[in-house]
Design a binder for this molecule. Structure first.
Ligand code: ITT
Length: 199
């Protein structure tokens, strides 16, 4: 079976993406299985640029098909921030708790109708010697006024899905994987991979 390397060091993402690739004729491994693999500096200005850089760097290093996700939260009141800086919103090496505290602080006293936000995921699929392919997914919601729920990672406890009345962190992994930005991007990525593995 052909290998697909997941170029992410975020174990939550690895779990989500592995679940979404189930059933495809691919042996899915993670970049953690390559201890000497290079660190990728995420200096792009867009999710697409960073996703491409992660996937292409690891594809070049491993010689295998490689899938990378670059994602983040875009808050309307903050003109799209933290965006590509979501992981380091409160500084390099910031924890999820620190990032969430910074976001809550900036959104203090902002009324519900101005708390709109969306999560965006861009998936890049790189193959040695071939053009990189992309898939994007968006999930709209609101920034909550307090952390709720314990599942998931990152901004999950603050991201409210108004139609469910729950945050991402209050969903089971299966529920999140049905509605999330990453699920939507991966649905398209699955179609791309299904075609590539069939040809
Ligand atoms: P890799 O680059 O190794 O994949 P990362 O966590 O640094 O791991 P990104 O650079 O794409 O990934 O940053 C994404 C950040 O956006 C992530 O750290 C979270 O803060 C946030 N994020 C993305 N998807 C999320 C999700 O499903 N739930 C909560 N927060 C998410």
């Amino acid at each position: 079976m052909r290998k697909l390397v997941l170029a992410t060091r975020n174990l939550h993402k690895v779990e989500e993406i592995k679940a979404m690739l189930a059933g495809l004729p691919l042996e899915v491994v993670s970049v953690s299985d390559y201890p000497e693999a290079p660190e990728v500096v995420e200096d792009g200005k867009t999710f697409q640029a960073n996703a491409a850089k992660k996937a292409e760097t690891i594809a070049r290093y491993t010689g295998e098909w490689t899938l990378a996700d670059d994602s983040g939260l875009e808050v309307e009141f903050l003109q799209g921030k933290p965006g590509v800086y979501s992981a380091r919103f409160a500084g390099e090496d910031a924890s999820d708790a620190e990032n969430n505290a910074k976001l809550l602080g900036l959104m203090k006293d902002v009324p519900r109708e101005k708390r709109g936000a969306q999560f965006r995921s861009v998936i890049a699929i790189a193959r040695p010697g071939e053009e990189t392919l992309f898939a994007e997914g968006i999930c709209r919601g609101l920034v909550g006024t307090e952390a709720k729920g314990f599942n998931g990672f990152g901004y999950d406890p603050l991201f409210v899905l108004p139609e469910l009345g729950k945050t991402y962190a209050e969903l089971t992994p299966e529920e999140k994987n049905r509605v999330s930005h990453r699920a939507r991007a991966m649905e398209k990525a699955r179609e791309i991979l299904a075609k590539l593995t069939a040809s």
